[in-house]
Design a protein around this ligand. Structure first.
Ligand code: PLP
Length: 278
């Protein structure tokens, strides 16, 4: 039994939630995905801290850090200690008769399981992507299970043969449908500042740390789509994506960017591999 649901370990086909679960009915839940490199967590505290932040923001009283042991148990139950894996955690506000109003007595529902994931070889990929308008809400800092806008943006890209959709709000790039976004302009890294318009990516934060150690300057400033002519390198980051260079961007059926260089992206990938695999 490998799926943890509200205090029990169940087989996947035995793990059910109520049809009145608010994560199901309203997307009233938050989640987290934590990577384990051959059984070793990368940035576990940061992931749990972000889960705690999301819980606090939606006013669900629950201690995210209480899940740490269950995460390792989830890996053990599937024998995923020698291979690359991730742990999915979802916290729902709970089940109650359908109403926007949240009843006082409602029990938080916890789902947690591990799954194998390919984390090796990302440095051999490059992504051709598209860009569209960011149609998400204004609390993208909450890692909400309500991902319809992200799913639609991603699907639009996949259906058109692209690997990811880069989202643009009022002319400025925010992030990818499931990734953070970096630009190299005159040797300086640019990324959207933290706030309600992006998810505070754990990998994004680590890339910023690596840059500090390599003396690469980073500015947390959004890049406008018209600035792409001055951009040499673009890459996306994420827990399972890790660091992947963007080879081109298509916007409204026109190629608006083609990569000119990759040297900074490659340097960051190299250090990232050292840190995740140490
Ligand atoms: N932005 C969005 C919208 C995401 O869904 C994700 C998740 O992968 C990221 C950014 C990257 O965040 P992290 O590096 O913490 O996985």
């Amino acid at each position: 039994s490998e799926v943890y649901l509200n205090g029990k370990w169940l087989k996947p086909d035995e793990a059910y939630v109520s049809v009145f679960d608010r994560a199901f009915m309203f997307g009233d839940g938050v989640y987290e995905v934590t990577p384990f490199y051959k059984g070793k967590a990368f940035k576990l505290k940061e992931h749990l801290k972000r889960l705690q932040y999301s819980l606090d923001q939606i006013q669900v009283t629950f201690d995210a850090f209480s899940l740490e042991n269950l995460m390792y148990e989830a890996l053990d139950r599937l024998n995923l200690n020698e291979t690359d894996a991730a742990v999915y955690i979802q916290v729902s506000r709970g089940a109650a008769a359908r109403s926007h109003f949240i009843p006082e007595k409602i029990e938080t529902s916890i789902l947690l399981y591990a799954f194998p994931v390919a984390l090796e070889g990302f440095e051999n990929k490059t992504w051709e992507v598209m860009a569209t308008e960011d149609k998400r809400w204004h609390r993208c800092d909450i890692k909400s299970t309500a991902l319809l806008a992200n799913v639609m943006a991603n699907e639009e890209a996949i259906a058109a043969g692209f690997a990811e959709n880069l989202l643009v709000r009022k002319g400025y790039f925010t992030e990818g449908s499931h990734s953070s976004l970096f630009f190299v302009k005159y040797g300086v890294l640019h990324t959207h500042p933290e706030g309600p318009e992006i998810l505070s990516g754990v990998t994004r934060a680590e890339v910023i740390n690596i840059c500090a150690d390599l003396n690469i300057k980073v500015v947390e400033k959004a890049v406008h789509i018209d600035e792409l002519v001055e951009v040499d390198e673009i890459f996306v980051t994420g827990t399972t994506t890790q660091i992947i260079p963007i080879s081109s961007i298509t916007h409204k059926n026109k190629k608006v960017y083609t990569a000119r260089k990759d040297s900074i992206t490659r340097k960051l990938q190299k250090v990232f591999i050292e840190r995740t695999r140490k």
